[in-house]
Design a protein around this ligand. Structure first.
Ligand SMILES: [Zn+2]
Length: 180
């Protein structure tokens, strides 16, 4: 079922569909740019990463050579070791709990219809369980160091005290928000 029919079927939830439509521009596939959503909840901080594969491995299709296979494996291993990519203010008392990756071109997750036209993305859902998430005042994001293809990170933060938009540009990976 495509998104149009899904929205038609749930017309009473039109607001949700419109919300989704509005969110579309954020999913524009631009090489060098990476989208990062950060949700700060009562007991967890969750990151959602959405990036062109090109930023992460330098190509957007199944690996063809041994070198490309190795590059892909190393990149996915780095994403799975998310505790090294996201250093949360120790005041929050966080520990990495779960990493789910989706990169159809690399054989992870389901292929997305319409995405096979020469481009491919990697998405990751990364959950840290925390003693006191609201105590976090900063998060150090090491995606620039890990992936040379990432030049800009567009961040949306949903925290108990509001929503924040930030843009991180190489080389600074420190994320702050709020007025505290
Ligand atoms: Zn692309």
């Amino acid at each position: 079922m495509n998104r149009f029919f899904l929205c038609a079927a749930v017309a009473p939830l039109l607001a949700l569909c419109m919300l989704h439509a509005q969110a579309q521009p954020r999913h524009a596939h631009v090489h060098g740019q990476l989208k990062l959503d950060v949700a700060i909840d009562v007991r967890a901080i969750t990151f959602h990463v959405d990036s062109p594969l090109d930023n992460i491995v330098g190509f957007e299709r199944a690996p063809r050579t041994e070198a490309e296979r190795k590059t892909a494996q190393q990149a996915l291993a780095q994403l799975r070791s998310a505790g090294k990519l996201f250093t949360i203010d120790p005041a929050a008392g966080c520990a990495l709990a779960q990493v789910d990756l989706d990169a159809p071109a690399l054989g992870l997750g389901d292929a997305v219809p319409g995405q096979a036209q020469g481009h491919g993305d990697v998405e990751g859902n990364i959950v840290f369980e925390c003693r006191s998430p609201v105590q976090a005042r900063y998060i150090d994001v090491a995606l620039f160091e890990a992936f040379p293809g990432v030049r800009q990170i567009d961040v949306q933060i949903a925290a108990p005290d509001g929503q924040f938009q930030r843009t991180l540009k190489r080389p600074s990976g420190r994320l702050t928000w709020g007025s505290k």
